[in-house]
Design a protein around this ligand. Structure first.
Ligand code: B12
Length: 230
């Protein structure tokens, strides 16, 4: 238990704004690449870094070059948090495997190695909102995530109740009408339950990706619209 407190302090000291722990059992049924990714681990760490509010003041109907660079900077910070946390765990005699912040391992299905949102939700950082993103009470959806797998016996945190209520601000703001506005108690069965997924993907990866100085699949509009992000 003592080590859980110490480890959270360390992860915050290297740049995380939010940290939570869950165990592998809570993630049963989760897609991973490779399939046996979780096999040698018992616990899973979720860490989040805030995207500064003012970045979203630059966004109106499309992503901006400033958001593009901040997005890349935060991914770098998250990957560093993953790396430093894994080294910290290893120095204490435990295993630590950082999962990259934004690596896409399957470009046909649009999957990463493991869903950071699912881990963050089970580790108590926030709930899965109508925009399909993780929403936290303090930063709304203005939080980017990373995951670290370990065999350290950590004290687990508990999931949070969904607080979207009747709000439809993300649905109303989405430039392609991709958000359906469906509420979930815990999580969506699949992405299409919450989104017209193809509309979101093509807006980001075809149309926005062709804008000058935007070289990542980003948007930011449903993040900005969320009242918890303000
Ligand atoms: C591929 C990808 C994309 C693709 C596809 C998006 C998608 N919705 O899958 C594209 C390029 C379109 C995209 C767009 C965006 N992305 Co993106 N993307 C990813 C990436 C690399 C992989 C996602 C993945 O594997 N999805 C697979 C599906 C199955 O998982 P999922 O989307 O997380 O949703 C399921 C689970 O979360 C599950 N779930 C929830 N709880 C639980 C619990 C259990 C036990 C289980 C089994 C499942 C489960 O329910 C969902 C439905 O099945 C992740 C990084 C990562 N490794 O997680 C970032 C990530 C999801 N993206 C992120 C962001 C912010 C965005 C954008 C806002 C772009 C931007 N930065 O401006 C948009 C938002 C689109 C939207 N509203 O969903 C953030 C989300 C942060 C947050 N606060 O939630 C992530 C986590 C990156 C990061 N490091 O922070 N993205």
């Amino acid at each position: 238990m003592e080590y859980s407190v110490q480890l959270k302090g360390f992860i915050k000291s290297v740049g995380a704004d939010l940290v939570g722990f869950t165990d592998v059992e809570s993630l049963q049924g989760i897609y991973t690449e490779p399939k046996n990714l979780l096999d040698s681990f018992t616990h899973v760490i979720s860490a989040g870094v805030e995207v500064p509010k003012s970045v979203f003041d630059t966004i109106h109907d499309k992503p901006t070059p400033i958001y593009n660079v901040v997005y890349q900077t935060i991914n770098r910070i998250l990957d560093e948090i993953g790396y430093k946390t894994s080294r910290h765990l290893q120095n204490k005699g435990y295993s630590g495997l950082p999962i990259p912040a934004s690596q896409i391992v399957d470009r046909e299905k649009w999957y990463g190695a493991i869903s950071h949102k699912a881990v963050a939700r089970m580790a108590g950082l926030g709930w899965q909102g109508k925009n399909l993103l993780l929403i936290t009470p303090k930063f709304g959806s203005r939080i980017r995530l990373v995951t670290i797998l370990t065999n350290a016996p950590l004290k687990i945190d508990l999931p949070m109740k969904n607080r979207c209520g009747a709000c439809t601000k993300c649905k109303d703001a989405c430039p392609v009408g991709a958000i359906k506005g469906v509420v979930t108690e815990d999580r969506y069965k699949n992405r299409n339950e919450a989104l017209h997924f193809d509309k979101c993907v093509s807006k980001l990866t075809v149309e926005f990706a062709e804008l000058p100085n935007i070289d990542s699949p980003i948007c930011g509009i449903c993040i900005k619209a969320c009242p918890y992000s303000k």
